[in-house]
Ligand binder design. Structure first.
Ligand code: GDG
Length: 482
């Protein structure tokens, strides 16, 4: 069955049409409620919205996304304007949240696309909900897009939107960007709805991935599963339409973060953090969403073994791990939290002293200025995902090290490893290798560390998030030569 959508009666009529439309699972704003019950919107921090803001302003851009709240139909959220953008909130019911978001997106696709680190769960009801929610997003985009507009669809929650949208509005130029990895046939083939997903993506004119290997996986799968001809970076469909696929590694707003890092109050806070954790010689830092893809347990285990073996003492080095709460209602995430917290307890039970833990673990989220202070307070950033589309934390650390100090330990399974070649690259499954890297980072010659940091900063200054967005949009605008 083709998931093309029959034109539907518009449910609301936005006052304007946009030449540029972003479709993403979330809106770039968060809803907050004052004590008196007034609902407000606050722009959520993040590179994507910063990068797209100029394009949005220049094109009367519209952004379609879920507001983050679940609403079973009592109160409709109308489109509104904020920070130069026309925002169109999509309503999700609590069933949608359970089946489309927590279910198919985070219980099926997320583990499947991340090397099956956790077992993906396949439920037909979840797939039905995923299809229905994708249809609603596609209709909303079809309604707001001006004649010939550019529509940029984001991420794994919305992979059917390109095809559905093309069926409704063949005049549009449609781009899709996947923020997470795209798996090879050996894993992707398990998905009962594998062909539907591929067809969904092929509705776009350009499909962007973080790494070249992911784009190659996608093209190989379209050939193998759908029988399309492929040539270099493109698939040629039966009707002659060409779909391009390529790598567009996402980045960060380096200038903005560096500016925060350079503020005297950030430096003062960084010093305060070091004092509070007892001024050890070296500070290891991890900052991650609490997710099983991030390899948090592996890095703590490596640190624990170094302490157990007397290779490191808590006076020499301490570990600061921020684990931002994430997807807390999904079973796997509850189990992960228990595992990590048990391990932290063991480390501190064995090596802490009264008032002086061997490692500090914070299950909390922080404002950006505090994150910048943490990046400044650290000596060694430990980024060890078992699989990661890109990993922006690695890039943010580099942005904050304007004095060319600090060492980055980086998993070769993060997209960032393609670009940050001067990092200490590790296989996160290899605990001995991780231990060696931790020791090497503690003992590195300052001149050597500084040479590497300088090279990575030079690279990042040229490859920031603006360049990422512009490269993608320019490629999307260009007619593919035949
Ligand atoms: C997906 C892909 C890809 C973290 N804690 C706090 C906080 N953060 C911010 C970080 C960073 C972002 O969240 C996390 O980005 P990552 O890239 O590390 O990871 P995912 O969330 O898994 O993102 C990933 C990314 O999409 C972009 O394409 O790189 O591979 O999985 O910016 O700073 N921000 C605030 N408080 C916190 O406590 N304010």
């Amino acid at each position: 069955m083709t998931p093309g959508v029959a034109p539907d009666k518009p449910k609301r009529r936005p006052a304007m049409k946009s030449a540029f439309v972003v479709v993403a699972n979330r809106l770039p704003v968060d809803q907050t409620t004052d004590p008196d019950g007034t609902v407000r919107w606050r722009r959520s921090p993040g590179g994507l919205v910063t990068a797209l803001e100029p394009v949005m302003r220049a094109n009367k851009g519209a952004w379609i996304g879920w507001s983050g709240s679940s609403d079973d139909g009592d109160e409709r959220q109308e489109p509104f304007d904020e920070a130069g953008m026309h925002l169109i909130p999509m309503q999700l019911t609590s069933d949608d949240v359970e089946e489309y978001y927590e279910g198919f997106s985070n219980g099926t696709l997320w583990p499947l696309y991340h090397d099956v680190i956790a077992q993906p769960v396949f439920h037909r009801e979840w797939w039905d909900a995923y299809t229905k929610v994708n249809e609603r997003f596609a209709r909303a985009a079809a309604e707001v897009a001006d004649e010939g507009a550019v529509v940029w669809v984001h991420d794994y929650q919305l992979q059917l939107v390109p095809e559905m949208l093309r069926a409704l509005r063949p005049d549009l130029r449609i781009g899709f960007f996947l923020h997470i990895p795209f798996p090879p046939n050996e894993l992707f083939a398990r998905l009962p709805w594998r062909r539907q997903i591929l067809r969904g993506l092929l509705g776009a004119d350009l499909v962007g991935f973080q790494r070249p290997g992911a784009a190659a996986n996608f093209l190989r799968l379209t050939r193998r599963m759908l029988g399309h001809q492929t040539q270099a970076d493109r698939a040629i469909l039966a009707d002659g339409r060409i779909v391009r696929a390529g790598a567009f590694p996402i980045s960060i707003d380096m200038a903005e973060l560096e500016e925060i890092a350079r503020r005297p109050e950030t430096e003062a806070r960084a010093q305060e953090i070091r004092d509070e954790i007892g001024n050890p010689d070296k500070v290891f830092l991890g900052i991650d969403r609490l997710d099983y893809t991030k390899g948090i347990g592996e890095r703590i285990k490596a640190f624990f073994e170094l302490l157990n073996e007397g290779e490191l003492s808590p006076e020499e080095a301490t570990f600061l791990q921020v684990a931002t709460p994430s997807r807390e209602r999904v079973e796997e995430y509850k189990a992960l939290r228990n595992d990590v917290e048990l391990l932290v307890g063991r480390v501190n039970g064995a090596h802490g002293r009264i008032g002086r833990p061997a490692m500090t673990y914070l299950h909390n989220s922080f404002v950006r200025t505090e994150l910048a202070a943490l990046y400044r307070a650290a000596d060694v950033m430990v980024v060890t995902p078992l699989r990661d589309g890109m990993n922006l934390v690695a890039k943010e650390f580099i942005a904050c090290r304007y004095d060319n100090t600090g060492t980055l330990i980086l998993s070769e399974f993060a997209g960032a490893a393609d670009e940050l070649r001067q990092a200490l690259l590790v296989n996160p499954y290899d605990v001995d290798g991780l231990k060696q890297a931790l020791l090497q980072a503690v003992r590195v010659e300052p001149r050597e560390a500084s040479r590497k940091m300088r090279a990575m900063r030079r690279y990042l200054a040229e490859h920031d998030v603006d360049r990422w967005a512009n490269t993608f949009l320019e490629k999307l605008a260009g007619r593919p030569e035949l």
